[in-house]
Design a protein around this ligand. Structure first.
Ligand code: ADP
Length: 319
């Protein structure tokens, strides 16, 4: 391939800029031209595309967000939108595309690959909810942000003898919740993957109260939600004053951690290598510290196991 494009799509994640930089530099080093496609698949449909040179991606790695912007694009889900995107690629001479995003973005990448524009996906999402990889870009930064914020909540909960019910992100996955929960010493962690009951939560708080602990952290995953209702019920059932905090989008921002920058650089480099070899309809990931790649359909059909052992440890050592 002589010319490739790169885009970010779906929810943003810290580290996406490091991936864009790696893709751009790796492609330029191989003698390919690189086009930056703006606002996800919208950029392909509207022709919102600019060349990236070696300096376009300087000084971006340390920043959260994505220099190419991101968006959700309804039109791209339909044949007409896909054909417009393909026509733009043919017009601009774009022979392959690196798509940085989540599962939804990979479905789009598969659709475009099937129409003759080879795409390679890079998992970029704070939720870590992509089965073919043990790690997604943005996950570490988001967890560190959540951990810092829960630590801050703990200070004030401790001063007031309160219970803090904290909702963390993760969509339908509890990875951020269980890791943040164990890292912050949460008394209870509630995730969609594991059965739970309000009675068990309240009983654990009441039992722990009898051992001399007067403040509590309950981490609840976005996929379970209802932090406000949970806090009300906990206060009513246990007598411990309770407050709900929904951390929200702050978890998606911030300077990426070293882990995210390194992973993004490796994945970006490897994605370009695949396109350089003429391979498309693939998604790259990390397994046991090695970079792997899968057919997109195969990747999308995989199921990711939940960290049940970690959940069990967190539960057993928090009382
Ligand atoms: P994420 O990539 O983070 O999972 P979304 O699910 O919102 O985020 O998907 C991002 C974009 O990918 C969508 O706005 C759409 O343009 C494209 N997309 C999602 N699902 C499909 C699909 N089934 N077919 C084609 N494109 C899709």
């Amino acid at each position: 391939m002589k010319k490739i494009g790169v885009l970010t799509s779906g929810g943003d994640a810290p580290g996406m800029n490091a991936a864009i930089r790696a893709v751009t530099r790796a492609a330029l080093a191989k003698g390919m031209e690189v086009m930056g496609i703006y606002r996800g698949y919208n950029g392909l449909i509207n022709g919102d595309i600019k060349p990236l040179n070696v300096r376009s991606v300087s000084d971006v790695m340390q920043h959260g967000g994505t220099m190419l912007y991101t968006a959700r694009c309804q039109e791209f889900r339909f044949e007409e939108g896909l054909q417009k995107a393909k026509a733009t690629c043919l017009e601009q001479g774009i022979e392959g595309i690196v798509v940085i995003g989540g599962d939804g973005s990979f479905r789009g990448a598969a659709d475009l690959s099937a129409r003759g524009i080879p795409c390679v996906g890079i998992p970029g999402t704070i939720d870590n909810d992509i089965a073919m990889t043990e790690y997604t870009i943005g996950y570490d930064t988001a967890m560190n942000t959540a951990m810092e914020l829960v630590d801050k909540l703990r200070d004030t909960s401790q001063s007031h003898d309160r219970c803090s019910v904290v909702e963390v992100m993760g969509r339908n996955a509890g990875y951020i919740a269980v890791n943040t929960g164990i890292a912050c010493g949460a008394t209870c962690i509630i995730v969609p993957e594991m059965p739970w009951s309000i009675d068990a939560v309240c009983n654990k708080i009441k039992n722990t109260h009898t051992t001399g602990k007067h403040h509590f952290i309950v981490v609840v995953s976005e996929g379970v939600g209802n932090a406000v209702e949970l806090a009300k019920t906990i206060e009513k059932e246990t007598g411990v004053e309770s407050r709900a905090t929904i951390l929200g989008h702050v978890q998606r921002g911030g300077s990426p951690t070293i882990r995210d920058r390194v992973a993004a650089s490796q994945l970006g480099y490897y994605a370009v290598q695949l396109l350089y070899e003429g391979k498309g309809n693939r998604v790259v990931g990390i397994q046991k510290n090695a970079i792997v790649d899968y057919d997109i359909q195969e990747a999308l059909s995989m199921k990711k196991p939940f960290e049940k052992e970690l959940y069990k440890i967190a539960d057993e050592i928090s009382f």
